[in-house]
Write a protein that binds this ligand. Structure first.
Ligand SMILES: Nc1ncnc2c1ncn2[C@@H]1O[C@H](COP(=O)(O)OP(=O)(O)OP(=O)(O)O)[C@@H](O)[C@H]1O
Ligand SMILES: [Mg+2]
Length: 229
């Protein structure tokens, strides 16, 4: 459903991505792993329309989307969940969901149900300020919010980064529950998380794909994966 080919991306004169190609099939959970500064977020920003590639192509469901503005990309069903885990802290959890439901004309009951299906505990937080949630719960709120409307592909940038060990499990559980319901590309540096969930992994180093892995045994071999970082 997503096909990226020979993507070159630069900030001013600094080339950051060099000839990146990747494929995501319908329903897959694809991971992109790589060290800090490898270009993972740049790749997501380009797919989501925040950056224009120097060259190369991005096709989504057969349509060329490279260079489309973010709002157009979003309308096609691609949701980008930023790395910064920012919610509207002074609004309640319910209000955070309302802000996502309103523009896509989804009724609030359906919007709330989507979140409760992946994380029933959120019910007790609906009237609380989103700023009072733990890091993991905030990440789950952002994922739940991205499910509002009719998303086809989620781009999730480092969902477990900076989370306490206990809440990482909540996030992993949520991601597992979403498997097969929506296609996902997930940037993740924690290779144990990658091993648990990935259908396919792209190892990125200095803006290049060093290795693509689909073999389960290979994906579970952390030492082998680390050699491509
Ligand atoms: N707005 C920008 N202007 C100039 N250079 C940038 C900009 N954003 C990122 N870069 C540079 O591009 C490179 C890739 O950054 P990017 O944020 O894509 O990496 P990343 O793999 O997501 O890293 P991290 O794991 O730290 O989030 C880095 O060298 C970074 O310094
Ligand atoms: Mg990043």
């Amino acid at each position: 459903m997503l096909s990226v080919a020979y993507l070159d991306v630069a900030y001013e004169n600094a080339m950051v991505l060099h000839g990146i190609s990747l494929e995501v099939e319908h329903g897959q959970m694809v991971f992109v792993a790589g060290r800090n500064g490898a270009g993972k977020t740049t790749l997501f920003k380009t797919i989501a329309g925040f950056l224009k590639p120097r060259s190369g192509s991005v096709f989504f469901e057969g349509m060329s989307i490279a260079g489309l503005p973010p709002e157009k990309v979003a309308l096609l069903g691609i949701r980008y969940i930023f790395q910064d885990k920012r919610v509207f802290s002074n609004l309640t959890v319910r209000e955070n969901l309302e802000l996502a439901a309103y523009p896509v004309k989804e009724n609030m009951k359906d919007a709330v149900d989507k979140v409760l299906q992946i994380y029933p505990k959120m019910e007790q937080f609906l009237s609380l300020k989103a700023g009072s949630l733990s890091g993991g719960q905030r990440q789950i709120l952002l994922i739940g919010r991205a499910l509002i409307g009719k998303p086809k592909l989620l781009l999730i940038d480092e969902p477990t980064e900076g989370l306490a060990a206990g809440t990482i499990n909540d996030v992993l559980n949520v991601l597992s529950l979403m498997r097969g319901k929506v296609s996902m590309v997930i940037v993740e540096q924690n290779l144990s998380v990658v091993g648990m969930l990935a259908d396919k992994v792209y190892m990125v180093k200095e803006g290049k794909i060093m290795k693509e892995m689909t073999d389960k045994a290979e994906i579970n071999d952390k030492t082998a994966m680390e050699s491509y970082l």
